[in-house]
Design a protein around this ligand. Structure first.
Ligand SMILES: Nc1nc2c(c(=O)[nH]1)N[C@H]1C(S)=C(S)[C@@H](COP(=O)(O)OP(=O)(O)OC[C@H]3O[C@@H](n4cnc5c(=O)[nH]c(N)nc54)[C@H](O)[C@@H]3O)O[C@H]1N2
Ligand SMILES: Nc1nc2c(c(=O)[nH]1)N[C@H]1C(S)=C(S)[C@@H](COP(=O)(O)OP(=O)(O)OC[C@H]3O[C@@H](n4cnc5c(=O)[nH]c(N)nc54)[C@H](O)[C@@H]3O)O[C@H]1N2
Ligand code: SF4
Ligand SMILES: [Mo]
Length: 794
């Protein structure tokens, strides 16, 4: 047996112009050898061919990024019938000299960092998963979750067949049977109760899996329901709304130019645990340390001295949910002390901002945010004094009561200091598949939810309303639910209420490969192939990356007999449903073909010198660097007058809500969340490799808060909120700001019927049994941080 890869690269000269050298990353744009043996590009004559009844282009959508449509128009040229086919290594013809061991290169899709991996397989067995040093973006970085990709592959709890629930039992059924059952039940419920009676929830992995991005709406769109929900509204909705209002497109999201900045101010993000968010930044620790190494400064604002705060030059505790006060104080100081820089960006309304926040001085805001006024002023001076600075706010400031105000203020601070759209400040990407160019900017509050009148954004309602839409009787009540790659029982506020609602549904379908806390309520579960069994193009996170990057990777492992990819499942569902209700389906094509078209029509495609296509990307298994981010915002603005709107009316209105907010009682504890590098939301706790070691589920609490309640370190405590109570061990931690407690989300798996053997044995409770579906930002995003709780001995 030989290892087919080592030393056997068929080094290929880099096509001229494809890689752009840039000193910043040392070797960025480095061309790599194409690995002949690991490239299963040769298809057996007829292998892997898919012959659906229908053909070509549909308009795929993005779940988590608000289901923004791909450009139908750009595909029109291809609207002719053609056989659908895609490359899969299923049918890869092995070359005679090939050994059983192959080496594959693939981006990790588990979090937003998209690290390059090198995966060695022998037949269908995974031998090793390592960081890929030849990936110029991630530079060999890897975290423990990627190694657990093999555990997902091998997990006996992972579903391999469509399942139908019969009482408390699950029965494997055929795909055809499953499709027919789903089509029949959904058609019947829609017929009886109308189209809004079927709700949809799309979870986070929907945007880490491009086949879901391109094809879920092929079926879901047929249902024409206004009750669409996703993880967006427990996450980054304030970012989209802010960009929509200020820049005219919800995806025009400036990201920190971390590799070139001299001063980074992070509020409510812990990239050392999360590896970055709305900032695709593999190898983030080194990149943050590099800021300091080149004489710059890192400041972290967080109610917990997080892992990121621990490596910062300065850490400021802030009262949870009160970052807006700190940001108002900063902006006010910048104006008041004349620390602003003129911008050449086309801009409307900046003077209105100055007037609107005139009363929000550092001194006036200090008591609310808990940061001394002089520290707020000094921070503003330091930020303004830096040649290139960037302010960045993430989960901690998005998922709180003033998430949208916070994101607006973050934009304004970058803007008035001249750091918006500037190298070393905040810049927008120019990705190879450019959804900003090819889609409309989104809409907000075009309709509202039935029960609580919450506004839609981009066609989705806030998920905090999902349970009440099922529970509240009346016309338009939700009777059926489809979940796709999600676990809202553990990931959305008031999970217990949602459980009660799910229990009363007439029908539920889940597209997922686990029977988890949510899918256990389903009548039918359709499991897709495992991640390494399908190809990968990152349609979402290239858009948010700190460099312009792109890559396409073929599957690492063959698709098992009888298994289907997510996108194929959605075509199957669409065909069955359309057949039943007598609707004609639009033609579609496989994700690979869509991505190829999108690349060829994109900024580096047919009309550019690079001529990127999917086939061209196959020559870059380690990814292709398209260069550093550059100023482009003025050109990309999509507001009606093509000017930045500095004071959207919604922000001014919300400012009143902020000013009127009652102060929390001094003796109240405020609950915040937490992430750990070995955990991934609610779904990666079933792998021994990740859950072993020190437990990470505990409630962190400052020793003085414990002493005040006569609690001992490690003791089991009862945590109460308006919506519920959980029991969990409390851990004394000097990391916590006094008055604040921290509990990670995604735990609490020991619920009846959950078929996750290892996860079920883990201690811990669900943080979202405490979070409150009534605590919302103006966007409708859930305020998961800053929840009032009481803690007592259990
Ligand atoms: N209190 C609190 N709550 C939070 C957060 C917090 O910080 N605090 N964070 C929020 C955030 S940012 C997010 S994104 C959400 C996440 O919330 P969700 O998206 O609802 O949940 P996940 O835990 O990501 O569950 C993912 C599910 O997708 C399945 N899955 C994985 N890959 C695939 C695939 O390729 N195809 C299919 N069909 N299924 C797949 C898994 O088996 C799992 O069941 O949680 C939110 N909830
Ligand atoms: N290992 C791992 N990586 C992940 C995930 C995961 O579950 N595990 N999830 C992925 C997903 S879906 C997302 S969206 C990203 C999120 O990535 P990040 O945005 O980096 O989120 P967190 O790591 O939760 O960090 C949030 C920080 O905000 C702080 N915080 C809480 N409340 C407040 C507040 O009111 N004000 C301020 N200033 N800070 C506050 C918390 O203490 C915490 O340190 O991570 C992604 N990466
Ligand atoms: S940091 Fe994220 S992308 Fe990188 S290896 Fe870990 S899970 Fe994968
Ligand atoms: Mo997220």
């Amino acid at each position: 047996m030989r290892i087919a890869d080592a030393g056997r690269h068929r080094l290929q000269r880099r096509p001229r112009d494809l890689a752009e050298p840039d000193g910043a990353l040392g070797g960025a744009g480095l061309q790599t050898g194409r690995q002949r043996v690991s490239r299963p590009g040769k298809r057996a004559a007829d292998g892997g061919a898919y012959r659906p009844a229908l053909t070509d282009a549909c308009r795929p959508t993005i779940g988590w990024l608000n289901r923004l449509a791909f450009p139908g128009g750009t595909f029109d040229c291809c609207l002719r019938p053609r056989r659908l086919e895609w490359r899969d290594n299923n049918s890869a013809m092995r070359e005679p000299e090939m050994s059983d061991i192959s080496v594959h290169h693939r981006a990790c899709h588990l979090c937003e960092a998209i690290c390059g991996l090198t995966i060695q397989t022998e037949g269908e067995r995974i031998l090793s998963i390592k960081g890929d040093p030849l990936d110029s973006f991630s530079r060999g970085h890897i975290c423990p979750k990627a190694v657990a990709l093999q555990d997902i592959q091998n997990d006996p709890d992972r579903l391999r067949h469509p399942m139908r629930r019969c009482g408390d039992e699950w029965q494997a059924i055929s795909w055809e049977e499953a499709y027919e059952l789903v089509a029949e039940r959904l058609a019947e419920i829609r017929e009886r109760h109308g189209s809004n009676a079927v709700a949809i929830y799309q979870g986070n992995p929907s945007v880490h899996n491009y086949g879901l991005t391109t094809h879920s709406n092929y079926f879901l769109g047929l249902l024409k329901t206004r009750n669409r929900f996703s993880a967006t509204s427990v996450d980054q909705l304030p970012h989209h709304l802010t960009s929509h209002l200020m820049y005219g497109h919800g995806l025009l999201l400036p990201v920190p130019d971390i590799d070139h900045t001299d001063f980074m101010l992070i509020l409510g993000g812990n990239p050392l645990a999360s590896n970055g968010s709305i900032m695709t930044v593999p190898d983030v620790e080194k990149r943050l340390k590099a800021i300091r190494a080149r004489g710059g400064k890192l400041v972290v604002v967080d109610p917990r001295r997080s892992e990121t705060a621990a490596i910062a030059d300065q850490h400021l505790f802030v009262r949870p949910g009160q970052d807006a006060a700190l940001l108002f104080g900063l902006l006010n100081t910048l104006f008041e002390e004349g620390l602003t820089r003129a911008s050449e960006l086309p801009l409307d309304g900046i003077e209105e901002v100055r007037t609107a926040i005139a009363a929000f001085s550092a001194e006036a805001m200090s008591a609310r945010c808990g940061v001394p006024a002089e520290q707020i002023r000094q921070l503003a001076r330091d930020f303004a004094a830096a040649d290139r600075a960037v302010c960045y706010g993430r989960m901690g400031v998005s998922t709180q009561a003033f998430g949208t105000l916070c994101q607006w203020l973050v934009q304004l601070i970058n803007l008035v200091t001249g750091n918006l759209d500037r190298v070393g400040g905040a810049l927008c990407t120019e990705p190879a598949v450019d959804l900003v160019e090819t889609t409309k900017g989104g809409h907000f509050d075009a309709w509202r939810s039935r029960v609580s009148q919450l506004p839609e954004y981009g066609g989705e309602l806030p998920v905090a309303a999902l349970a009440e839409e099922m529970l509240e009787p009346g016309e338009g009540q939700v009777r059926a639910l489809i979940t796709v790659a999600g676990n809202p029982v553990l990931s959305t506020p008031n999970g217990r209420k949602l459980e009660q609602a799910l229990d009363g549904l007439e029908f539920m379908l889940s597209v997922d490969f686990y029977i988890n806390e949510t899918t256990r309520y389903a009548d039918v579960i359709l499991p897709p192939t495992a991640p390494l069994e399908h190809d990968h193009y990152d349609a979402t996170f290239n858009l948010l990356a700190v460099r312009n990057v792109t890559r396409f990777n073929l599957p690492v492992l063959p698709k098992p007999e009888g298994a289907l990819h997510d996108w194929e499942i959605f075509i199957g569902l669409a065909e069955a449903y359309a057949g039943r209700v007598g609707v004609e389906l639009k033609p579609t094509m496989p994700p690979q073909q869509m991505m190829d078209l999108a690349l060829r029509h994109g900024p580096y495609g047919d009309k550019s010198e690079r001529k990127l296509s999917l086939a061209a990307l196959e020559d870059y298994p380690h990814g292709l660097d398209l260069g550093p981010l550059k100023p482009n915002l003025a050109r990309r603005l999509k507001t009606p007058n093509k000017r930045i709107q500095a004071t959207p009316a919604l922000m001014l209105d919300d400012l009143q809500r902020f000013a009127a907010q009652p102060q929390a009682g001094a003796d109240e504890l405020l609950l915040i969340g937490r992430r750990h590098v070995r955990s991934n939301n609610s779904w990666m706790h079933n792998y021994q490799r990740l859950v072993k070691g020190k437990p990470r589920h505990q409630l962190l609490m400052h020793p003085t808060d414990m002493a005040a309640r006569a609690l001992q370190d490690g003791q089991r405590v009862r945590v109460h909120s308006r919506v519920g109570v959980v029991e969990v061990e409390a851990l004394a931690s000097e990391e916590m700001m006094p008055g604040v407690v921290s509990l990670p989300h995604g735990w609490g798996h020991a619920r009846p019927g959950v078929q996750l053997d290892i996860a079920r044995q883990q201690p811990g409770a669900s943080c979202n049994d405490l979070t409150d579906e009534r605590q919302l930002d103006v966007s409708g995003n859930a305020a998961l941080n800053g929840v009032t709780v009481q803690v007592s001995a259990a």
